[in-house]
Design a protein around this ligand. Structure first.
Ligand SMILES: [Zn+2]
Length: 476
């Protein structure tokens, strides 16, 4: 099958909708996602068994040609074998979409490929182990790449192969109108269950008028520096402190309570006897409640990030952010911020594509640039600044400023040097601390990534509670 090539300049993005499936449809979703898991585990066992068998035979001195035939792990190889054996190992196969099986096989092929590439040194990063079986109660998902995949003209339903028309929790208008106007093509649809809720994420190639500032967006300024905050969602060089949303704080409080409640229930581990035991139903219910709250917290936060990053990309010509590790590593050791850890990465990812959409530029400051310790007025660098000091006091010029605003101002100042090519640039070397991020189009990096799900909106593990939240989670 020839792969779809989006027209030049089109970008790939996700449109994600919370679903409201009927009870019968939930069964269908579970059946298909379960089939993806089943085929993954079955074929993994088969590949493992063949590998072990051949190793054993070789150790007895069996000739190479007489070894048990190798089970290839390319997708066509896995598919060929599966189609030969499915009648025996999964007599119920016809009840599920072939795409469900393809999901499992493609994932397995990728996992084994990663393992091999890691072992042979072709893959960078942490060493990949041999793939492990998918757990029954893990994250359920299946991806559909062919057949009837569309959003219903009613704006309130999505249509998927074998599963039919499923009601969506929110309006699909944004996507449906683009498809009708011919400026979007749906590449695939992935259904996922998160904390008891089903979502459908469409991978879509979109042709948009890149670089157009929406008429409704007032121009607030040329350059803005953004500091991903701890007490605040973000602090801007304009002095604006964007607060964490109120629902986020409320959800956090509830989460603490739910976790304490779950801890009192009979869990799967007996700390006194130091062994496993059967968890109670009440423990399971308490766990489910915790999972739902986690999903709410991250959905609320993701929504706030989207509102902020859209506003920044639309209202400013240039946006400057820190590199990931400054905030991620240095602060993390001292502050337990599991919920906000992703903030700098999220900020950068969102701004990376949104600045492309709205014709602004994103700059990323080097991770070694001391944005917090430098005085934004006289450039004196403090040798030390403890995290407890919320105010920045400069001993040279007497500047007294909120530490995050100071940091954001420094970020904004970096790019002024680059933009204007000030003579001071060479002297201070500050321009070297910052680099622009070029947004990728579908023909470039994003195009190459089109073969796997691309989620510009990183909402893979989030659940929405209210309509406005999930609406905002999807792309505008
Ligand atoms: Zn100063």
């Amino acid at each position: 099958m020839k792969r779809y090539e989006p027209p030049a300049g089109w970008t790939v993005q996700a449109y994600r909708f919370a679903l409201e499936p009927s009870d019968a449809q939930v069964l269908g979703l579970r059946r298909n996602t379960g089939a993806a898991r089943f085929v993954y585990n079955h074929m993994l066992r088969r590949v493992s068994a063949v590998k072990a068998q051949r190793a054993a035979e070789a150790s007895y001195g069996v000739a190479e040609a007489d070894l048990t035939p190798w089970q290839g792990w390319s997708l066509p190889d896995l598919r060929r074998t599966w189609n030969e054996i499915k009648v025996w190992v999964a007599p119920w196969w016809a009840e599920c979409s072939k795409e469900a099986f393809n999901t499992g096989l493609a994932n397995l092929s990728a996992a084994l490929g990663n393992w091999h590439a890691s072992r042979t040194g072709a893959r960078k990063g942490r060493r990949m182990g041999w793939p492990r079986a998918k757990k029954k109660h893990g994250r359920r998902s299946a991806r559909f790449t062919t057949g009837a995949i569309r959003v219903d003209p009613s704006y309130r339903h999505v249509v998927l192969p074998r599963l039919g028309r499923i009601r969506s929790h929110e309006s699909t208008r944004k996507l449906a109108r683009r498809v009708r106007a011919g400026t979007a093509t749906i590449l695939s649809a992935t259904v996922t269950e998160t904390a008891g809720r089903w979502f459908c994420s469409f991978q879509v190639a979109v042709g948009r008028t890149v670089g157009r500032r929406p008429a409704h967006a007032p121009k607030a300024g040329r350059v803005v520096g953004v500091d991903a905050g701890i007490t605040h969602l973000a602090v801007l060089s304009t002095g604006e402190m964007v607060p964490n949303p109120a629902p986020f704080k409320a959800a956090l409080r509830k989460l603490g309570k739910a976790q304490r409640r779950a801890a009192r229930r009979i869990g799967p581990y007996d700390p006194e006897a130091r062994r496993k035991r059967t968890a109670s139903n009440r423990w399971q219910r308490a766990q489910d409640a915790v999972a739902r709250l986690h999903a709410t917290v991250s959905a609320v936060r993701a929504d706030s990030w989207h509102q902020l990053t859209t506003r920044l990309a639309q209202q400013f010509t240039t946006v400057v952010v820190e590199d990931l590790h400054v905030a991620g590593m240095v602060r993390n050791r001292k502050l337990a911020r599991s919920l906000t850890d992703a903030a700098p990465a999220t900020l950068r990812r969102h701004l990376g594509y949104k600045t492309g959409w709205y014709g602004s530029t994103l700059y990323v400051a080097d991770r070694w640039y001391p944005s917090s310790k430098t005085c934004s007025a006289c450039q004196t660098v403090k040798p030390k600044l403890s995290l407890a000091e919320r105010m920045f006091h400069c001993t040279s010029c007497g500047l007294s400023l909120d530490r995050d605003v100071n940091s954001a101002r420094n970020l904004a100042a970096l790019v002024r040097h680059v933009d204007l090519e000030l003579p001071g640039d060479a002297k201070t070397g500050r321009g070297a601390y910052v680099r622009p991020v070029r947004p990728a189009s579908a023909g470039g990096a994003a195009g190459r990534e089109a073969s796997r799900p691309v989620h510009p909106v990183n909402v893979a593990r989030q659940r929405t509670t209210a309509n406005h939240e999930s609406r905002l989670l999807t792309e505008r």
